[in-house]
Structures are given as structure tokens and as C-alpha cells.
Write a protein that binds this ligand. Structure first.
Ligand code: ZN
Length: 75
């Protein structure tokens, strides 16, 4: 009886590509160095996100610094 030559079947080498959800479209994006736009899925999604940031218009509350120089009055 020939022993079935059943060695440990090597698990198929899965590409270690990790996918994450694209912050813009929610689709799968490859989180790997091959994806220059990670964590976004594409350049387009990245641009969209950057555009959103630009629209956010980061402005500080108008804080008027006192231009009056103290100590230059009558001493
Ligand atoms: Zn996307």
C-alpha cells in the first residue's frame, strides 16, 4: 500500500497586500508601498481629500495684537 505522499501542503503564498478602506470613497485601497496614494485608493481620492482640507480654510480667530507700544508715554 503506497503511502499517500501527502506532506504538509504548502499554504499558497498570499500576497501580503493589506487593504484598508479608502477615507474618501470607502473602497478598498491597497495599503502597501506600491500604492503611492495610500491610504487612499487612487490619486483622485487623495486629491479630493486634499481639496476638502483646503475648503476647510484653516483660519485662526482674528486676534488683534495690541499695536500700542506700552511704556512710551509719559514716564
Ligand atoms: Zn477611494
Amino acid at each position: 500500500m503506497p503511502a499517500t505522499n501527502r506532506t504538509n501542503r504548502p499554504t499558497q503564498p498570499r500576497p501580503a497586500t493589506r487593504t484598508v478602506a479608502c477615507p474618501t470613497c470607502g473602497g478598498p485601497s491597497i495599503y502597501d508601498s506600491s500604492n503611492a496614494w495610500r491610504p487612499f485608493c487612487s490619486q483622485r481620492c487623495r486629491q479630493i481629500d486634499l481639496g476638502a482640507w483646503a475648503h476647510e480654510d484653516f483660519r485662526l480667530p482674528g486676534e488683534n495684537p495690541p499695536t500700542a507700544v506700552p511704556g512710551q508715554g509719559d514716564a
